[in-house]
Design a protein. Sequence first.
Length: 172
Amino acid sequence: MSWIKGRLGAFMTIILLTGFIIATVIALGWPYEARLFPLTISLPVLVMLVFQVLRDLGVGKKGDNSPGAVMDLPVDRDMPVATLLRRAGTAFGWFFGLILGIWLIGFVPSIPLFVLLYLLIQGREKVRVALLATAAITALQLGVFDRVVHVAWLEPQFPWIQRFILDWVGSG
């Protein structure tokens, strides 16, 4: 079990790296306007994840690489593997829930809905704080990415919600 504990960070990073590689390959097949935003995010993340996997596996380790030396928050190395896996599963569940929401109802409604639900359920924030953050992300999403950058939003499986929002703000 100690071998698993020592490699759990690398394992989780490899899972993330695999997901971002798949997403990047899928986005490469999209029209230029549609792939611009996902590639802007995924390409730098891919580079960072490759470096993180190398670091997790101990490649090029020099000096004190203990968690307290390289991170702002120390890691509890005595945490049971089951707890680590449960927390990682929760994080991946939120991530894949967001991806599913984007596929089903589109980027425009899914991003604010994700922010709202995550802050309320996972973050246990006050409703006022969650609503303010949701309003801010919605304004950023529609103001910058829709109005300024003119992102071509992908057509979801159930497009009526996204179309309604975009028509309502005058860009549909």
